[in-house]
Design a protein around this ligand. Sequence first.
Ligand SMILES: C[S@@+](CC[C@H](N)C(=O)[O-])C[C@H]1O[C@@H](n2cnc3c(N)ncnc32)[C@H](O)[C@@H]1O
Length: 396
Amino acid sequence: MKKLREPENLLVHGDNLVALAKLRARFAGKIRCVYLDPPFNTGRTFAQYNDSLGTQEWVAMMRPRLLALVPLLAEDGAVFAEIDDTQLAHLSLLMDEVFGAKNRISTITVVRSATTGHKAINAGPVHVSDFILAYAKDKKQWRYRPQVRTRDGLDPAYGTWLDDPDAPPARWSFRSLRTAIAEKLGHASSRAAVAALGKGAFDRQLALLALANARHVVRFAQPRYEAIGRAAQAIVDRSRAEPSRVLVLEREGRSPFIVRAGNRILFLGDKVRIVRGRPAIVEPLTNVWTDVPFQGIAREGGVVFSRNKKPERLVARVLAMATDPGDWVLDPFLGSGTTAAVAHKMNRRWIGIESGDHLATLAEPRLSRVVAGEDATGISLETGFVGGGSFTVMEL
Ligand SMILES: C[S@@+](CC[C@H](N)C(=O)[O-])C[C@H]1O[C@@H](n2cnc3c(N)ncnc32)[C@H](O)[C@@H]1O
């Protein structure tokens, strides 16, 4: 891991409105990504801060703080604001007002809890989500760093087995994936395999063996005719006229366009990536995140910040899509220090602002452990971060 340039990261103790104004001289136009997780105005009083303002008071608190972010942001920078549904509508309007509706990147739904405990007895549907409102300073200049998520289980659309993917396509022959896997397991048919193993066990074996043999596993997908180029349209037309033949259109710099009976052949192998050291099936990230566990984060960073702490993996995903190593990241509502810890482990530079006393009791000790290489929680393992770098504490 590259060593961070030092000393540069900044932990600021004080009100963020004052801090943001002070940072302007040094950081105008330098911040590539802001992640902010303000008080949600839930009506509760936490040990560390009061979370019950009137809505108008809350909006009046947020507006100048969002406005103060604008001059700090790089022209190709972006802001990600996390909120639950208490103030979702007001924050959306505020973000539109401050950053412009045309610069809205996405509204991400983050599933944060299961339907257990007291939440299940609320009147109405059980609330299990947060939202992240993502805005670019200028969407034309902002660049998305594409992200994937791992898929649990096999997409049932991948139901076909190709015996010899290395043979010329004209000689390819296809059969049912279930039959091919049953035979690999020594059974005459998938029905015989289910009878012998049970459906659950056979399906698990099927998913494992499909992943292990992903080059052989395909699906047929109807191309969106109007969305493909002329050459691809021509080959689709030909393929419809000669449905038993496999036709290939080679394309420079892209995977070949392969069709049979007018349908495109897609390979499971193209969706396999190594994730945390193991092959996994991935698909493009959507704006519904169900795969970042909030459960089990109580001990992340070695600090207790009940109900407020966000998972390191959540912030890591935001930083992965919006920053590159060395970029400046800002969190004006730092809380227990999650954003700073994640940015540090991902080799980004960071500024965290927190007005509460827990800056000294939670965030600072947490970040000191990160720097010392003593924090093995959160994303430490997957980033391979072993310590290093430094930060400065600034009192306002
Ligand atoms: C929801 S918590 C942030 C939790 C954080 N994302 C984490 O993972 O630990 C909101 C934080 O904003 C802080 N805060 C509220 N108003 C502030 C202000 N005006 N200036 C600085 N910090 C503020 C609160 O003290 C609280 O720690």
